[in-house]
Design a binder for this molecule. Structure first.
Ligand code: NDP
Ligand code: 2IT
Length: 444
């Protein structure tokens, strides 16, 4: 393949999908050389079959709000690739959701899931429904209406959704309930379920904890200690809070957290009590991070992001393209030595180039945040066994998986000067497994 030709063709066919084209471009550029070593890949047109999703469901969701008004939203499920296992990936509810964003996420998920060492294909779903400001009953009615349409396309061996932005335990519970009713089966069709009905211990913590385990592996390659390091985190949702939780227990300092309205800055690092406050504020009361600043009197920048504050390590954990080239240069100028991505594709291509040019430790989301879907895979295994593992068993397994993903990145991403290019490593390792599985299964 010639990457430029493939990208030109995809841009012509999908002109209004910038996020999708961005994700595809990054992967194809890293795998081009390896791909071209196998002429059979090109003969079987693996590249197009790998970039274009297997199928996409698009539908309208109709629900009734608390005032009795009938509301509609657009909703989707992108089943990208099931070469190595059932389709697997989260569901995102956010006003910004569109097909381009879900296609990029499903594409990334395919390579991420391949890296986990578990048997999972790639998918993503969601809706432009915004849970912000909605009552519990409105969220429930929306989730039920979404699943009334989607249920026939998912199943424990077909496609297993989970959470993502705007979808946590509450939403998974409502969706699972309606799935169970429609499909007349109690199975492991969702992950991130409540513990009482098949959920796994450590699934809520898994993405954040996994990211810190990955970071520890990266720091170890340079003999750097995490203890005492200042870490800038963006977001204050599931991934951000459990990242902060693990960092605090390992003696690092969390100096920023944020939400879509602004950022808090705590130069000496959050205390455990302050982090608990943020957890309750965001997860239980669904409040704003500004309220934390009001309570504790710390610096708050409305509309701001964490990247201009001094830090040693950045762990973006909110959304895509939240670190641009200028942000990356500001981080580097302030002495940032490592970036480990909790969010999916939080750094723009220009930002990634800056990090790699500066030779800092830089882990792309598909490697660093794979702990979440990994424990989802472990939840599927427990559901199949009709057993529950202990928190220690799951956490130990998560540790092993993150260490393994790190080793795969080192194996495929080490450059002549010894620098580990984790982007290249993750993309090649993720790609090779999917490619081999697709080659074995014929033209589909
Ligand atoms: P949550 O909904 O729990 O939290 C999202 C956080 O990011 C909130 O603080 C939210 O702010 C902020 N945010 C969302 N969208 C934007 C935006 N457009 N601009 C600025 N801030 C924004 O989601 P998660 O923590 O689950 O997900 C965070 C990231 O991690 C996403 O990129 C997701 O794809 C990725 N991820 C999640 C996994 C999981 O297991 N949940 C696994 C792997 C990756 P506000 O409160 O204002 O909405
Ligand atoms: O981006 C992700 O990996 C997730 N949102 C988690 C997916 C999952 O199936 O657990």
């Amino acid at each position: 393949m010639n990457v430029n030709d493939v990208l030109a063709d995809l841009s012509r066919r999908f002109p209004n999908e910038p996020e999708y084209l961005q994700a595809v471009s990054e992967v194809l550029k890293s795998i081009e050389d390896v791909y071209n070593e196998y002429p059979e890949f090109e003969r079987y047109n693996l590249v197009e079959r790998l970039c274009i999703p297997d199928r996409i469901f698009t539908f309208r969701v109709t629900w009734t709000d608390d005032s009795g008004r009938i509301r509609t939203n657009m909703a989707y499920r992108v089943q990208h690739n099931n070469a190595i296992g059932p389709y697997k990936g989260g569901i995102r509810f956010h006003a910004s959701v569109n097909l381009s964003i879900l296609k990029f996420l499903a594409f990334e998920q395919t390579f991420k899931n391949s890296l986990t060492t578990l048997a999972m294909g790639g998918a993503k779903g969601g809706s432009d429904f915004s849970p912000r400001g909605k009552s519990d009953m409105e969220v429930m009615r929306f989730c039920q209406a979404y699943i009334q349409e989607l249920w026939r396309h998912i199943g424990p061996e077909t496609d297993v959704p989970a959470g993502d932005i705007g979808v946590g335990g509450r939403e998974v519970g409502y969706m699972f309930g309606m799935y169970k009713k429609m499909a007349r089966e109690h199975s492991g069709t969702f992950t991130g379920k409540g513990l009482e009905f098949g959920g796994s211990l450590v699934r809520p913590e898994a993405t954040g904890y996994g990211n810190v385990y990955f970071l520890l592996n990266m720091l170890a390659t340079r003999g750097i200690e995490l203890k005492g390091k200042r870490v800038a985190i963006s977001g204050s949702g599931n991934v951000a809070t459990y990242t902060a939780d693990k960092l605090l227990s390992l003696g690092a300092k969390v100096v920023t957290m944020s939400d879509s309205d602004g950022v808090i800055h705590v130069p000496d690092g959050l205390t455990r009590e302050q982090l608990d406050y943020i957890f309750t504020l965001k997860q239980i009361y669904r409040g704003r991070i500004r309220e934390f600043a009001e309570e504790y009197g710390c610096e708050y920048v409305e509309g701001g992001r964490p990247w201009s504050f001094p830090c040693d390590i950045a762990m973006p954990s909110a959304t895509q393209n939240e670190i641009d080239g200028d942000d990356a240069r500001a981080l580097l100028a302030n002495g940032c030595i490592a970036v480990s991505e909790g969010a999916n594709m939080p750094s723009t291509p220009e930002a990634v180039d800056e990090f790699i040019k500066a030779r800092i430790l830089y882990a792309p989301g598909k490697a660093a945040n794979a702990g979440g879907v990994s424990v989802s895979g472990l939840e599927m295994a427990q559901n199949s066994q009709k057993l529950s593992w202990t928190a220690k068993e799951v956490d130990d397994y998560l540790h092993r998986i993150m260490n393994d993903i790190h080793s795969q990145c080192v194996k495929y991403g080490s450059e002549a000067d010894g620098y580990v290019n984790y982007v290249k490593g993750a993309n090649i390792a993720g790609f090779m497994k999917v490619a081999r599985a697709m080659m074995s299964q014929g033209i589909l």
